[in-house]
Write a protein that binds this ligand. Structure first.
Ligand code: DC
Length: 221
């Protein structure tokens, strides 16, 4: 039997940190689908492929190998890219790349395949709406743009990167707009998803809440 927990929400809503912790605690495989879009984006940058070159994008998608190990390290075509896919050139290009229909359909196929027969917690933008509309549990994590910008600035600081709050906030608002207004698989809460606003919650509180919801579900199925 497999259990699928879908976690969607906007950039910097804490999905990454929280799904990793919940996955570790409950023994669920954590799949970061944003990292998959980032890998396709990096591969396009490496090959100098632009948005309109459909044939070249198809070629990339035909050959791409994306792997995630148990420590959360990400490999693109055999090379580790865990940090590389978080750099600025990828950040700036990933949102448009994620609107390309053939990229989305290929990644949805991979996402379904990787979860087959396993217990997973998968995070993204369209997991509860498109990838697994029948997921056992759907969570929509949110936080105000201001709180998300504060978190992002603090995260950057920890990594030794100085960033301006106003610039980060502007980028977050811009990315939200693009992710939720795109035609294909826009970011939106599935009707049956549980909405959690984490603006005034600690990481531990959110983890505990989701853990409780999963245990309740496990009791039901
Ligand atoms: O979660 P993230 O910031 O790593 O996601 C990177 C980009 O990929 C973001 O602009 C939205 C897009 N994305 C998507 O369209 N669908 C997903 N399931 C996951 C991410």
């Amino acid at each position: 039997m497999s259990l699928i927990v879908a976690v969607d929400g906007p950039a910097s809503s804490g999905k990454g940190t929280i799904t990793k912790l919940v996955g570790e605690k409950l023994g669920l495989i954590n799949i970061d689908t944003g990292a998959m879009f980032r890998c396709v984006t990096l591969n396009m940058l490496q090959e100098n492929v632009t948005m309109n070159e459909e044939e070249k994008i198809e070629e990339i998608l035909k050959n791409i190998k994306i792997e995630m190990n148990e420590e959360g390290k990400i490999f693109l075509n055999g090379s580790e890219v865990t940090k590389r896919i978080r750099e600025n050139d990828v950040n700036d290009f990933v949102s448009p790349v994620s609107t390309i229909p053939i990229v989305r359909s290929k990644l949805v196929e991979l996402q379904r395949k990787v979860a087959q027969g396993k217990n997973v917690i998968m995070e993204g933008r369209d997991i509860g709406t498109v990838v697994f509309p029948n997921a056992d549990l759907k969570i929509y994590l949110d936080a105000s743009p201001e709180e998300r910008a504060r978190r992002r600035v603090a995260q950057n600081k920890e990594k030794g990167i100085e960033s301006s709050y106003n610039e980060v906030l502007e980028k977050i608002i811009d990315r939200d707009k693009r992710d939720s207004s795109r035609e294909l698989a826009p970011l939106k809460k599935a009707e049956d998803a549980i909405y959690i606003d984490t603006s005034n919650m600690t990481i531990a509180q959110v983890v505990e809440k989701i853990e409780r919801l999963i245990k309740e579900k496990e009791g039901e199925i």
